[in-house]
Design a protein around this ligand. Structure first.
Ligand code: GLC
Length: 480
């Protein structure tokens, strides 16, 4: 039995700000339990303490000393759906309302990474592999290999580092490396820890991990180019032979149109027409749109950031609204987009609705009741929403980038195949052209449209296949 420890700053059901939390929740459950014993380590945040503390078991107490860091922490254990989670408690750093975005983030991340190693030593728990997720835990490989090299059990751990989004890298003043993390200057001076003249956690992860993965094959290629590489393309290229793309899946129990308690009417791939129509009407009513089963209802469920293509969306939507469609938007984010959506709502009452906020029930209902989900992302490492949409028979409308390209099969009217619609260049021209193709298919070839819904609902969007690819990589890294 091989032991794998996931180190992350987010995981459902405890804490979520993005898709990272879905993956760290779903992947451990999908891995073969006979061969791999997976545990997860997370910070103990305020909200998690409020909701889960009573079910936690106190394990031990550790001292975390590293440079100027001199703190204590408690370790708790919590079992959820057969997976053991370790929680590291330090209220100075984690008893706050949010997860990230604090002035002392570099210190909080540094503390956590060192605490994970101290925890392993204290508990005498020695994983064969640490699987780090995103830049928050990306310094673990370097810490284990450099600062703890005297301890064989720590030094010999293998590291698989998954990049969920290259856009967030953790760039800080270089002093962090010496003052908090205690790294020797020689590793900075020789370039290994250095990025320009500063510290970049993502880059350190890429240099020191044994294997690097990202969340789709296309994104793995894209990030080796200047266009998508965020200044790290050269270093990713340098590690190309250890860089793999494995697409995400979703938890098919959690996202299940047959059983989902959050949607007004459940359905399966044989009676979907009735269920989807009911849910669509519910959205129209709740959002003050005109109730009409024949109008095409398209929508967005997303963080409102540049990544998700909202510039393109806002540039195209006035043109789209000339057609017999309705638009529903759910999400919060950058104020320029929120503002843009509020204006549209004023302008197109009964035809455009913007729900500024996040609402789990409404999100699920939209996945289940929209005709089409819009994801014209500028870049997209994988994307989760298009997978959920397909599972619920809502056709994704995506730009061909990253995981969107790898998971959505565009409609082919000659072969009658496809699970959605896609366009290539980031331009309003291409966006509107393909949208019109979807629009005419919806109105003039309903049989074919319904066939696409069936294809989408039957597509395998689970973690079953991706989990096998991770297992192969785990085996491979252990042979290194
Ligand atoms: C990030 C990416 C998203 C990906 C998710 C989980 O949120 O932006 O594309 O699906 O991580 O890997």
């Amino acid at each position: 039995m091989k032991r794998v420890l996931f180190a992350s700053f987010e995981s459902l059901p405890f804490v979520k700000t993005g898709g990272l939390a879905d993956v760290v929740y779903a992947l451990p459950k999908a891995l073969n339990k006979e061969e791999f014993e997976v545990k997860v380590v997370l910070p103990l945040y305020k909200s998690v303490k409020e909701d889960f503390y009573h079910g936690m078991k106190y394990l031990d107490h550790i001292y975390v000393k590293s440079g100027l860091i001199n703190e204590e922490a408690n370790i708790y254990s919590y079992i959820n759906e057969g997976i053991e989670y370790y929680f590291i408690e330090n209220d100075n750093y984690f008893f706050r309302d949010g997860v990230y975005g604090y002035r002392d983030d570099a210190l909080r991340f540094s503390f956590f990474n060192v605490a994970v190693i101290e925890m392993m030593i204290k508990l005498d728990y020695h994983p064969d592999i640490i699987h780090e997720h995103d830049y928050h835990t990306a310094i673990l490989p370097a810490l284990c290999k450099l600062n703890y090299k005297a301890i064989e059990a720590i030094r010999s751990i293998k590291h698989v580092f998954t990049i969920h989004n290259l856009a967030y890298q953790g760039e800080y003043d270089k002093q962090i490396l010496f003052d908090y993390l205690n790294f020797e200057r020689v590793h900075f001076n020789n370039g290994d820890l250095r990025f320009n003249d500063s510290c970049n956690f993502m880059k350190i992860g890429i240099v020191y991990a044994d294997i690097i993965t990202t969340v789709s094959r296309t994104y793995a290629k894209e990030i080796q180019t200047p266009e998508y590489g965020r200044n790290l393309d050269m270093i990713l290229k340098y590690r190309a032979k250890d860089l793999y793309g494995i697409v995400n899946g979703i938890d098919e129990n959690f996202f299940n149109p047959r059983k989902d308690k959050l949607i007004p009417m459940t359905f399966h791939s044989r009676n979907y027409l009735k269920g989807k129509a009911y849910n669509k009407e519910y959205i129209q009513k709740t959002f003050g749109l005109r109730v009409d089963p024949t109008v095409m209802l398209v929508g967005v469920v997303s963080r409102l950031t540049f990544q998700k293509g909202f510039d393109l969306f806002l540039d195209s939507v006035n043109e789209l609204l000339k057609r017999n469609i309705e638009v529903a938007v759910l999400g919060t984010g950058e104020s320029r987009y929120e503002y843009g959506f509020k204006i549209l709502e004023e302008q197109y009452k009964g035809k455009f609705h913007y729900h500024c906020g996040y609402d789990e029930k409404m999100a699920h209902t939209m996945y289940a009741g929209l005709d089409m989900l819009m994801m014209p992302s500028a870049f997209e490492p994988c994307g989760i929403s298009q997978l959920i949409a397909m599972r619920y028979g809502t056709l994704p409308f995506v730009r061909e980038t990253g995981g969107l390209k790898d998971t959505v099969t565009p409609y082919n009217e000659y072969e009658n195949t496809g699970t959605g619609f896609s366009f290539g260049p980031y331009s309003t021209h291409d966006f509107i052209k393909v949208f019109d193709y979807a629009y005419t298919t919806y109105h003039d070839h309903r049989e074919r449209w319904n066939g696409l819904i069936r294809n989408a609902m039957r597509a395998d969007v689970s973690f079953a296949e991706p989990a096998k690819e991770y297992e192969n990589l785990y085996r491979k890294v252990l042979e290194k």
